[in-house]
Design a protein around this ligand. Structure first.
Ligand SMILES: C[S@@+](CC[C@H](N)C(=O)[O-])C[C@H]1O[C@@H](n2cnc3c(N)ncnc32)[C@H](O)[C@@H]1O
Length: 468
């Protein structure tokens, strides 16, 4: 019965929003984690139908001892949708079994009413976009080679071909080197390549920032990843640098910093110095960091682009528009402060700023404000042109949200439409020409003709306090 109590407690925590489903499951004792996680996820998938069955059967009205809806949900789940309740004969189990016939009857009635044949058809369909995103793995060239990984995959039954024509097919990604894509349901958690750190499970869009930054693979290279945990982009940068030079990885959160260190060690990153500090407190002229030429900024954001494979199973309350605008404005101000701080590093040549947000407030507007900031004054920083930023990627920045000539320099990924999560990438480069000379990418000042309400709002955002 303990196992059912653990699953019910987990559902209570999910409901109380103590974190994401994945995060809460990760805190369960390892012994029963897999089994409890499976029951929690399956119960959530069928929650609405199970609740209807329980209500119609009046089970909880008649059995006053059954006070936890989540405990009843997991038990009724196993009674109707699995191989029965897997526990001894305690009073809780007995109370449910007394209503077994009624529960089965109500379940059948719902199936007939909804015209469904299989149980699966009753499951919450959830975010259908999740099913459209392939499973991506990035070959970690710090530990293995692409050839070696492909050889191991093919000897394990995978076939290098179009990923959707065969269950076990996979293909090389056309935009990111060393990235392979598989059918969405493919799991690698038990694969030896994953255990050995030779592959990293990373969404395609999340591989864009490090690839766009592409720092030099030389012994004197100095690079900063300002917001590093859990560390997928850090390990990608390290691999692109061929484990050479110096990569400083900042992470301000202590717990996430531990995860970062673990991840870097598993990924064989020998050129990384992880630092548990707030990037905004780092002095750009500090002797250790002032020679940094490349900076990656992937700061906290709303995460609105993430097509979560699990969290869509939980109903979320609608946020009112004003509260949402305020939240996004605060994030935008914080993100802007990170970019302008990066621009203060005296030797910085290239800064990549990315988010997994779909909102212009965190994307185009932040870029616009960064280009108009004191730090980018007189065009000292400009946007790298399209031919330097994933030139063949078709979806670019929104021209209605930034000066249209900048839009092509920016990369956007639309969740569901691009077989990736929602994502945004921009790349600032130091303008080597004198400010009065013609710049590579359009004017950086507010153009005279733009007096629109949205632009005024962007100006206002510049003055907002940085926070997050
Ligand atoms: C979107 S996550 C980064 C994901 C990471 N780049 C990856 O690919 O694995 C943002 C991280 O930045 C950290 N962070 C936010 N503000 C920071 C700051 N001012 N200095 C250092 N870390 C910060 C957060 O704690 C969080 O772990």
């Amino acid at each position: 019965m303990n196992f059912y109590f653990e699953a019910a407690k987990t559902l209570d925590r999910v409901e109380a929003k103590h974190g994401s489903i994945k995060g809460i499951i990760a805190t369960l004792p390892e012994k029963d984690r897999k089994r409890t996680a499976a029951l929690v996820i399956e119960t959530l998938k069928f929650k609405s139908v199970l609740k209807e069955v329980i209500d119609k059967s009046e089970l909880m009205k008649e059995e006053r001892k059954l006070t936890s809806m989540n405990l009843v949900l997991v038990l009724v789940h196993d009674l109707l949708l699995a191989r029965g309740i897997q526990a001894g004969d305690g009073p809780v189990k007995q109370a449910i079994l007394r209503h077994k016939t009624r529960l089965h009857g109500e379940f059948q009635k719902i199936k007939i009413k909804r015209g469904v044949v299989s149980n699966e058809q009753l499951a919450h369909n959830g975010d259908e976009r999740a099913g459209l995103i392939p499973r991506y793995i990035r070959v970690n060239t710090n530990v293995g080679t692409l050839e070696e990984v492909i050889k191991s995959l093919t000897s394990g039954g995978f076939v290098l071909c179009d990923p959707f024509s065969l269950k076990n097919g996979f293909s090389k990604d056309p935009h990111v080197p060393d990235l392979l894509s598989f059918a969405p349901s493919t799991s690698f958690h038990d694969n030896q390549l994953y255990a050995d750190g030779k592959i990293i499970l990373q969404d395609k869009a999340s591989c864009f920032p490090a690839f766009v930054l592409s720092p030099p693979a030389t012994d004197d290279s100095v690079v900063i990843d300002a917001t590093a945990a859990p560390g997928n982009k850090t390990s990608h940068l390290s691999a692109l640098m061929q484990n050479k030079g110096k990569l400083f990885a900042f992470e301000r959160d202590r717990k996430r910093f531990s995860t970062l260190k673990m991840m870097l060690s598993k990924a064989g990153c020998r050129n990384v110095s992880p630092i548990n500090a707030d990037f905004l407190t780092v002095d750009p002229h500090d002797a250790q960091f002032s020679s940094a030429t490349h900076i990656l900024l992937d700061p906290s954001c709303s995460g609105s682009g993430i097509v979560n494979r699990l969290d869509h199973l939980v109903e979320t309350e609608a946020e009112d528009d004003t509260a949402k605008d305020d939240r996004l404005d605060k994030l935008g101000a914080f993100q802007l402060s990170m970019i302008t701080h990066a621009m203060r590093f005296p030797n910085v040549k290239k800064i990549v700023y990315s988010t997994c947000s779909i909102h212009a407030t965190e994307n185009e507007h932040v870029v616009h404000n960064a280009l108009s900031s004191e730090e980018a004054k007189d065009g000292s920083f400009i946007l790298a042109p399209q031919h330097e930023v994933l030139p063949t990627w078709p979806r670019r920045g929104y021209p209605d949200e930034i000066d249209p000539e900048y839009a092509s320099c920016l990369v956007r990924c639309s969740p569901g439409e691009d077989a990736t999560n929602g994502f945004f990438v921009s790349c600032f480069v130091k303008n080597m020409e004198t400010p009065t000379k013609k710049r590579k990418v359009g004017p950086v000042h507010e153009p005279e003709h733009t007096g629109s309400k949205s632009r005024k709002k962007k100006k206002k955002r510049l003055k907002t306090d940085a926070s997050n």
